[in-house]
Design a protein around this ligand. Sequence first.
Ligand SMILES: [Zn+2]
Length: 407
Amino acid sequence: MTYPNLLDRFLTYVKVNTRSDEHSTTTPSTQSQVDFATNVLIPEMKRVGLQNVYYLPNGFAIGTLPANDPSLTRKIGFISHMDTADFNAEGVNPQVIENYDGGVIELGNSGFKLDPADFKSLEKYPGQTLITTDGTTLLGADDKSGIAEIMTAIEYLTAHPEIKHCEIRVGFGPDEEIGVGANKFDADDFDVDFAYTVDGGPLGELQYETFSAAGSEVHFQGRNVHPGTAKGQMVNALQLAIDFHNQLPEKDRPELTEGYQGFYHLMDVTGSVEEARASYIIRDFEKDAFEARKEAMQSIADKMNQELGSDRVTLNLTDQYYNMKEVIEKDMTPITIAKAVMEDLGITPIIEPIRGGTDGSKISFMGIPTPNIFAGGENMHGRFEYVSLQTMERAVDTIIGIVAYKD
Ligand SMILES: [Zn+2]
């Protein structure tokens, strides 16, 4: 299907800077997200026919489209995030390339270009309408394409009451990119049987496996003495950090892993002889392997402390999110439906694990199974981000198909 308002709607959204800020202590992290929700999204949610539209203190704009067929008793949610990633988002000036010829796309006058030699994904899109940046900002298709698609699906359903659908709940939330937006999600208020985040990439993505994730802050306490008389006295905290790191499995690093392989990722080291800190993230898909990774870190610290004769290495482990598969596989209905709908539309479902998390990772563990479906974006989080209008249209088709699905 084509949807006349989809492109303009998307362009309107991406021009608003809604970058989140990981150093902020407010919810949402930036005022621009509050303004976008209250000034742009909420009026439009009402205009497209959503009822009971409201804005929650957790930064979520919520609305409902009631069922128009009593035999469709499910309640299905659709969720997208308003914020954009950690890259310049001021003055987004999208370029619309109609009937893409398969060649190099100049990104404005920036000197940057989208070249099929660098970005293989472009090979999928000759003949389609691509929306790109002008090379100075990101685009924000992640995840304003998702918002535009959900909004457009609701608009279409309101205009076409002959399409019978179940109750739909819509939630547009903040701060996904800084990993905290879903922490305050109100699952009791949202009250659906299951939901989808519309936050995936290319056509056909359907994802219900994510990493399980933890963060580990390691503190090393040294003893600083003059290096000339250091023998047998000095304990160099930086050396402790190096020794600790060298005991982790050498090959379990992001740059050496893929697919279902997990890793330890050293993010940051700071310090001096007296004391040092190292920040890690830990990722794995399987629960046992995830727990084993955390235990391995702890046992390295324990062993070092034993050898040092005092507790110089201390570990602060925090779980961040868990693989949603554990929740979803208890009832695969949301996957079965999305898969059937895509196949019916001639879209090949791409079911692969996400080497990351989604808002759905947290929301699933709050009791609402929430897999992720494609929104269309490519090369997310930077100036090379782009999206195909035709893929966005297929995402709208998919949303409509899901809510109209009959068992
Ligand atoms: Zn996203």
